[in-house]
Design a protein around this ligand. Structure first.
Ligand code: PSV
Ligand code: MN
Ligand code: MN
Length: 394
């Protein structure tokens, strides 16, 4: 293991790192072919929170849960908030849903019909209110808007509609809320997507104002895209607001974070840590956006957290001074080896030490399995009549 780093500092950085988990990752979900029911999968917000509390119990770094509205909609938000708090949790980013209703067939904020745009605006404003009520300061926006065929709609008009509608929403954020804008280059639309890439999201965020930032979902890029580069660019432009972590091999697969491309995940973290070491510390919200088709839900979430922690810790071990030296000398391979050294370091002992110092089991998966939680919820949560159905909340 390389030894130049300040171990106490690294341990402290491991302990203070936080990741938000998504409510929708705890319920049954799947592909468009089939949703397989997982015994004990959460059926409502309370159960999702209980699962998230279990993840927090064994990892110690996941105290907040992102919500999806209306999937998680509650009549009494103060009760839901109190329940989360009783479990040691906080309600986090509020994700509006602008894709599941029939009226959104041709889009939401970009729709040609002002009445549909109005409904979408009202829904986001409702989410802003919910965020205020539950003490969250983040609206996380993903739009399914796009078209399937050339000529289907006027692309420039759609662009302007998006800017207009979001400009109407932006003042409702007041001075205390932020809007994270997610992009994705395809799906469900296949000819064009209105917010297809980081440049579009960033342009829009800049036009709206400083409380709008870009959210990078790691599954939303074309094959081969260098996400670490995008991250570094957005940091430098002060436009990076957060992440939705998941992994993919082909499309927006929403697989366990770091399960397919761990080196890419590490490189993303090196950009973040390098900037932090230079004193550039933007607020970046680290969130998971994962849905599990085959996997046990809670264990898959814990596994993702562990992979994120490994990538983050490896990035903390990079010798950035040596990297800068190699770069300044034009020594390509020495620079590459600095990164490679950190990537190949076995960080499990460090992570175990950090966890023990937090009063946790050094092996969260073992702790989870030993807890009997999965077996208990499988007994206590019978599958809802009609079985698993479509996307979470559907
Ligand atoms: C759809 O692509 C998606 O996976 C987006 O990443 C959203 O963040 C998520 O669903 C929840 O709406
Ligand atoms: Mn996402
Ligand atoms: Mn996605």
């Amino acid at each position: 293991m390389n030894t130049y780093f300040d171990k106490d500092m690294v341990l402290e950085e491991i302990r203070s790192f936080r990741v938000e988990t998504p409510s929708w990752g705890y319920g049954d979900s799947g592909t468009r072919f089939k949703v397989f029911h997982w015994p004990g999968a959460a059926r409502n917000l309370r159960e999702k929170l209980e699962d998230a509390a279990m993840v927090q119990k064994v990892t110690g770094i996941c105290p907040s849960v992102a919500l999806h509205i209306p999937w998680d909609k509650e009549d009494d938000w103060s009760e839901a908030k109190a329940y989360a708090e009783s479990l040691g949790l906080r309600l986090g980013a509020v994700n509006p849903n602008l894709f599941q209703d029939d009226e959104y067939r041709f889009g939401s904020l970009c729709h040609y019909d002002p009445a549909v745009r109005r409904a979408a605006i009202e829904h986001i404003l409702e989410c802003v209110e919910i965020a205020r009520t539950i003490g969250s300061d983040t609206i996380s926006l993903w739009l399914a808007d796009g078209t399937n065929y050339p000529g289907q709609d006027n692309l420039r008009a759609r662009k302007r509609r998006l800017r207009e509608t979001l400009s109407e929403i932006y003042p409702a954020l007041g001075s205390d809320l932020r809007l994270l804008i997610e992009y994705k280059f395809f799906e469900p639309a296949f000819y064009h997507t209105d917010l297809a890439d980081w440049g579009m999201a960033s342009t829009l965020a800049r036009q709206l104002g400083p409380q709008a930032k870009v959210l990078v979902d790691t599954g939303h890029h074309a094959q081969g895209t260098n996400i670490a580069h995008i991250v570094s660019y957005l940091i430098d432009e002060e436009q990076l607001g957060g992440f939705h972590f998941n992994d993919r091999r082909y499309a927006d697969d929403d697989l366990i974070v770091g399960s397919q491309n761990p080196f890419d995940l590490f490189l993303i973290f090196t950009e973040l840590v390098a900037a932090a070491r230079e004193g550039v510390i933007p607020r970046v919200d680290y969130m998971i956006d994962q849905s599990h088709n085959l996997e046990p839900k809670v264990e898959a979430m814990i596994q993702s957290i562990l992979h994120i922690q490994s990538a983050h810790t490896r990035a903390l071990l990079v010798n950035y001074a040596a990297l800068a030296q190699a770069q300044a000398a034009g020594d390509t391979l020495a620079a590459y080896r600095v990164l490679r050294d950190a990537f190949e370091t076995d960080v499990r002992p460090l992570l175990a030490e950090a966890r023990e110092s937090m009063g946790l089991d050094p092996d969260p998966i073992r702790a989870f399995r030993a807890s009997g939680y999965a077996e208990r919820v499988a007994r206590e949560r019978p599958q809802a009549a009609g079985g698993a159905s479509g996307y979470p909340g559907a």
